[in-house]
Each structure stands twice: as structure tokens, then as C-alpha cells.
Ligand binder design. Structure first.
Ligand code: RB5
Length: 155
């Protein structure tokens, strides 16, 4: 699977090892092809710009899913969910992560550098990648309703 990865400067804050390159390596170690949408340093950038690039690439079918990292995961999720074809979930626990896949079929995972340890991030990423969507009718119906609420175009 081709997966996108993006962060703002929070991905490079705090003492090394920085979260962003560690997450990238982790995804590659899992055999995924990672398309990196930046940023690449601690110089401040605006998270909507990064989220937009990654989400548009999902819309064009260039990548299947994405991981976005910011201070809390919240800013990235707000930006990502502007796109009708995106189902972005901020996950802080394994349980949230499982449900974001089985119920919501989340296609973007948003993580908080200031909320989670690096180990917690990697654990959540593993769960997110390993958990399939349930495909249950009621969840499909709600996902479709959400897309229509957003005035969504087909993707
Ligand atoms: C950047 O300082 C911070 O505001 C951003 O990473 C994110 O937490 C916003 O939701």
C-alpha cells in the first residue's frame, strides 16, 4: 500500500529522535511505500497546507491512506475533514483506533506529538494499519450520510 505522511513543525520538536522520521521509518519497515508531504524541519509551517497536499493526493488516488502529525492531531484532523472523501480520526488510545477503522473506515490517522509518546504513536499506527473496516451496513450508511452532509463529490 502507498501511504502518505505529513507533519507540521511539531513533528520535529523536542529532543531527538524526532517523531516524523521515526514514523516514516516505521511505515517503511512495515513494507509500505511512503510518500512524504513534509515538513522536514522544526521551522514553523501551517498544518492546513500539509493536510491539504496529502488529502488531495488521496483524492487523486495517488495514495490510499495517510498519517498526519501535529501538536495534538486536532488541527490536522480539522483540515483533513474539509475534504469530503477524507475520514480523518484523531486517535489517542488503541480502542479509539480500532473503532476509527471498524466503524468509521478512517483513511487518515491524526496523531499528537504533544499528546502521545513515540512508542504510543507507533503502536497506534500498527493497530490502525492492521484493523479492517467492518463493512457493516449501518456503518456504510452513516459514512455515506456523512459524505453527503459534506456535499461530497464522488472520489
Ligand atoms: C503548532 O504549534 C500547533 O498549534 C499544531 O501543531 C497543532 O497542534 C494544531 O492543532
Amino acid at each position: 500500500m502507498k501511504i502518505g505522511l505529513g507533519c507540521d513543525h511539531a513533528g520535529y520538536e523536542g529532543p531527538p529522535p524526532y517523531y516524523k522520521p521515526c514514523i516514516k521509518q516505521h511505515l517503511q519497515n512495515r513494507g509500505l511505500e511512503v510518500i512524504d508531504f513534509g515538513t522536514f524541519s522544526s521551522a514553523p509551517v501551517d498544518y492546513p497546507d500539509v493536510a491539504k497536499s496529502l488529502c488531495e493526493a488521496i483524492g487523486r488516488g495517488e495514495i490510499e491512506r495517510g498519517v498526519l502529525l501535529c501538536g495534538t492531531g486536532i488541527g490536522m484532523s480539522i483540515s483533513a475533514n474539509k475534504f469530503p472523501w477524507i475520514r480523518a480520526a484523531v486517535c489517542t488510545t488503541p480502542f479509539m483506533t480500532i473503532l476509527s477503522r471498524t466503524h468509521n473506515d478512517s483513511n487518515v490517522l491524526c496523531l499528537g506529538r504533544r499528546i502521545l509518546t513515540l512508542e504510543e504513536c507507533l503502536h497506534i499506527i500498527n493497530i490502525w494499519l492492521d484493523t479492517p473496516f467492518s463493512g457493516e451496513e449501518r456503518h456504510c450508511r452513516r459514512i455515506e450520510k456523512n459524505r453527503r452532509l459534506l456535499g461530497g463529490k464522488e472520489c
